[in-house]
Design a protein around this ligand. Structure first.
Ligand code: PAF
Length: 282
C-alpha cells in the first residue's frame, strides 16, 4: 500500500499535488474536520473511484463556529484519523494550522445567497459563510478536479454546489449518500457527545423524517399535521427542542410546493448535542 503523505503548508501541498498530477492524473479532494468515521471513509472510497489521487483535508474551521458553539470541544483525534486514512489507501492528508488558511490580516469572505438563508442559515447565521469561505480556499489551494461531500449535510452540499457554479470554480462536486448506524442514526462526529441514554433516543430523528416523507408520498395534504405530530413525538421521546423539521425544495431549500423535488430536513437538540439529518422521498 502506498503511504499517506501528510502536508501542513501550502508549499508542501503544492509539491504533493504536482506529484499526484503527473501524467495528467485526476485529483479528488475530501474536505473534513477530522474525527473520521465510516461515513468519511465512504467519501474517500467514492473519491478513489472517481480520481487517480485522493487528498483528504482535516481542518476544524473556526469561521463556521459562533462564539457560543463547540469549536473548543469539537473532537480532535489526528493520530487515529491518520491511521484510518493510511489503512484505506488515501494518498495525501492536508492538515494545515489555522494561519495557513487565515493568515494575519485575513479579511475577505464568501457570502452565500438565498440557498443559505433558511434552515441551518436561520439558526446558525455565521455557518455557511464560514463553510463557503474555507471550501473556496481549500479548492484554490488544492485545485482538485472533483470534491466529495456527504448528503448528511444536505444544505451545505447545495450551498457549495451553488458557489462552485456562481464563481466558476471548476470543481466537480460529487454527493455521497448518508451512512447510518443499524438503527438509522446518521453517522456524525458529534454523535460522540451523546450519553448512552441520548444515543438510545437519537434514531427517533430519522423516524420523524421517515414519517414526514411517508406523508408527502401518500397524502401531501396532511403534511402540516404530520410535521406537527412528528415534532410532538420527538419531544415526547426525549429531544429537548427542535430547530426545524421541514419539507423543502431539494435544491433551493424553499418550503416544498406540490410538484417540487422534495427533501425533508431536520435539526433538533438532544441534551447539549444538536443533531441534523435529512432524506429524500425514495
Ligand atoms: O462538513 C464538514 O465537515 C465541514 O463543514 C467542511 C465542509 C469540511 C468545511 O469545514
Amino acid at each position: 500500500m502506498a503511504s499517506l503523505s501528510i502536508v501542513r503548508t501550502r508549499a508542501d501541498l503544492r509539491a504533493l499535488v504536482s506529484t499526484l498530477r503527473q501524467d495528467g492524473k485526476k485529483i479528488a479532494l475530501v474536505p473534513t474536520m477530522g474525527a473520521l468515521h465510516a461515513g468519511h471513509l465512504a467519501l474517500i472510497e467514492q473519491a478513489k473511484a472517481a480520481a487517480d489521487g485522493v487528498i483528504a483535508s482535516i481542518f476544524v474551521n473556526p469561521t463556521q463556529f459562533a462564539p457560543h458553539e463547540d469549536l473548543a470541544r469539537y473532537p480532535r483525534q489526528e493520530a487515529a484519523d491518520i491511521a484510518q486514512l493510511q489503512a484505506i489507501g488515501c494518498d495525501g492528508l492536508y492538515a494545515p494550522p489555522v494561519q495557513e488558511l487565515y493568515p494575519e490580516g485575513f479579511q475577505t469572505r464568501v457570502v452565500p445567497g438565498a440557498v443559505a438563508a433558511r434552515l441551518e442559515g436561520a439558526f446558525r447565521p455565521h455557518f455557511f459563510g464560514g463553510v463557503a469561505t474555507v471550501v473556496a480556499k481549500l479548492f484554490l489551494q488544492v485545485d482538485p478536479d472533483v470534491a466529495v461531500f456527504g448528503e448528511k449535510d444536505w444544505q451545505q452540499l447545495q450551498v457549495i454546489s451553488t458557489m462552485v457554479r456562481d464563481l466558476d470554480l471548476g470543481v466537480e462536486i460529487l454527493p455521497a449518500p448518508t451512512h447510518r448506524e443499524a438503527d438509522g442514526l446518521a453517522l456524525s462526529s458529534r454523535n460522540a457527545y451523546l450519553s448512552e441514554a441520548e444515543r438510545a433516543i437519537a434514531p427517533t430523528l430519522k423516524q420523524a423524517l421517515d414519517q414526514v416523507a411517508g406523508a408527502l408520498k401518500r397524502a401531501p395534504e396532511t403534511l402540516a399535521t404530520v410535521i406537527d405530530q412528528a415534532k410532538a413525538e420527538l419531544i415526547a421521546s426525549g429531544f429537548h427542542s427542535i430547530d426545524y423539521l421541514e419539507a423543502c425544495h431539494s435544491q433551493t431549500l424553499e418550503p416544498w410546493q406540490p410538484g417540487d423535488p422534495a427533501r425533508i430536513l431536520a435539526a433538533a437538540w438532544l441534551g447539549k448535542t444538536r443533531l441534523i439529518d435529512n432524506r429524500g422521498l425514495d
